[in-house]
Design a protein around this ligand. Structure first.
Ligand code: PLP
Length: 398
């Protein structure tokens, strides 16, 4: 038998993909499943970005690219960071990768030695822990429940730090909770980080544009810790470009060089056509993205209001991203029509999939076993139908 390394056993398959797979299997049997499990805008990439990709092909951009990305894209990233975030970065302080996922992989592999600790507030995006585990690091999860609005406080942060802490990883807007950190909240965390210059702060800002509360605030704006920050962003969510696989970081040059070395051996420079299209995405009028966000906003208002009408659901109003993250623990201990008990969020997610034919993702996948994540990157009709089905299914639990 072919031997598989222990490396593969070190981390688990993302639950988000698993639920989508189970949903597809059910759909293949002819069941009409409403899929609210995936983190993907249901919009098409804006036409001007597609046109730029077609032009790139016609212009002959079909060859290997520089490992760190085309010079014009790295310059466009700097332009965007100045325009949107008032952050000064030079092209040498940027690196383009095959999705923000690869950006994160590079950074984590470039930071963590075996036994080093990464502080991760929960709920968190599943990939963070998988990557830390691949690097033989140790995740120090800090539980931030619904009562904390799913955000870490300076006191909790400081309590989690040890001499082995090398990384802090968080997203704002957050997947899965939709929480958005205000400037004041970030400033509070900065007061702690200032005391620990050896900690690298990974700020995942991929949902930046999908923000319903106003201006996006990046932790990179604080000069005192600027040298500690790796800003991660990408094109998947804000420009509806999930399939194009393009992300980037902005960070001190030493980190860029390390990531460039890693990426040079894994994948080399990312796709030439996607990079050229990304230059257009960053430099042109962003109205299509803003229209998409407007649609998400309307769906959010509708969906959250409906979820809050369901008996036992506790749902915060998410301030960004496109997920609802209700606390459903009220249903733990209840039994379905066959006498099977719903004991935890995994059971709850499977119950909804099998009985309501609505797929969400158990909060346990994100480090919170009281909640379930539903994506509302779906049509109003689907959202509305999903709510009805959820209500009907829950009424069968007693
Ligand atoms: N970061 C967060 C918080 C995400 O939710 C996702 C995608 O779901 C990513 C990063 C990955 O983005 P990309 O598709 O650019 O790899």
């Amino acid at each position: 038998m072919m031997q598989i390394s222990s490396f593969v056993d070190r981390f688990s398959e993302p639950q988000t993909l698993l639920m989508a797979k189970l949903g597809r299997e059910l759909a293949a049997k002819g069941v009409n499943v409403i899929n609210l499990s995936l983190g993907e805008p249901d919009f098409d990439t804006p036409q001007h970005i597609k046109d730029a990709a077609k032009k790139a092909l016609d212009d002959g951009f079909t060859k290997y690219t520089p490992v760190a990305g085309f010079a014009d894209l790295r310059a466009a990233v700097c332009h965007k960071l100045k325009r949107d975030n008032n952050l000064e970065y030079t092209p040498e302080q940027t690196l383009v990768s095959t999705g923000a996922k690869q950006s994160l992989a590079n950074v984590i592999l470039a930071t963590i030695n075996a036994g080093d600790e990464a502080v991760i507030p929960t709920p968190y995006w599943v990939t963070y822990s998988a990557l830390v585990e691949m690097a033989q690091g140790v995740c120090k999860f800090v539980s931030c429940g619904i009562e904390d609005h799913f955000k870490i406080t300076p006191a909790k942060l400081e309590a989690a730090i040890t001499e082995k802490t090398r990384l802090f990883i968080f997203s704002s807007p957050c997947n899965p909770s939709g929480a958005v950190y205000s400037k004041e909240e970030l400033a509070g965390l900065v007061e702690v980080f200032k005391k620990y210059p050896n900690i690298t702060i990974v700020s995942d800002e991929i949902y930046e544009y999908i923000n319903y509360v106003g201006k996006h605030e990046s932790i990179a704006q604080f000069e005192a810790i600027r040298e500690q920050v790796v800003l991660v962003n990408g094109f998947a969510k804000g420009f509806a470009m999930t399939g194009w696989r393009l992300g980037y970081i902005a960070a001190p040059v030493a980190m860029i060089k390390a990531c460039e070395k890693i990426q040079g051996s894994f994948t080399s420079g990312t796709n030439s056509i996607a990079q050229k299209a990304a230059v257009t995405a960053l430099l042109s009028d962003n109205t299509p993205s803003m229209e998409m966000v407007k649609a998400f906003h309307e769906r959010r208002d509708f969906f959250i209001a409906e979820l809050n009408k369901i008996e036992g659901f506790k749902t915060l109003v998410p301030e960004g991203a496109f997920y609802a993250f209700p606390d459903i623990s009220y249903y733990f201990g209840k039994k379905d029509a066959q006498g099977n008990e719903v004991n935890n969020a995994d059971d709850f997610a499977l119950f909804l999939l099998n009985v309501a034919h609505v797929s969400g993702v158990s909060g346990a996948a994100f480090g919170n076993d009281q909640c379930i994540r539903f994506s509302y990157a779906a049509s109003m009709e689907q959202i509305s139908e999903a709510v009805q089905r959820i209500k009907t299914a829950l009424a069968t639990l007693s």
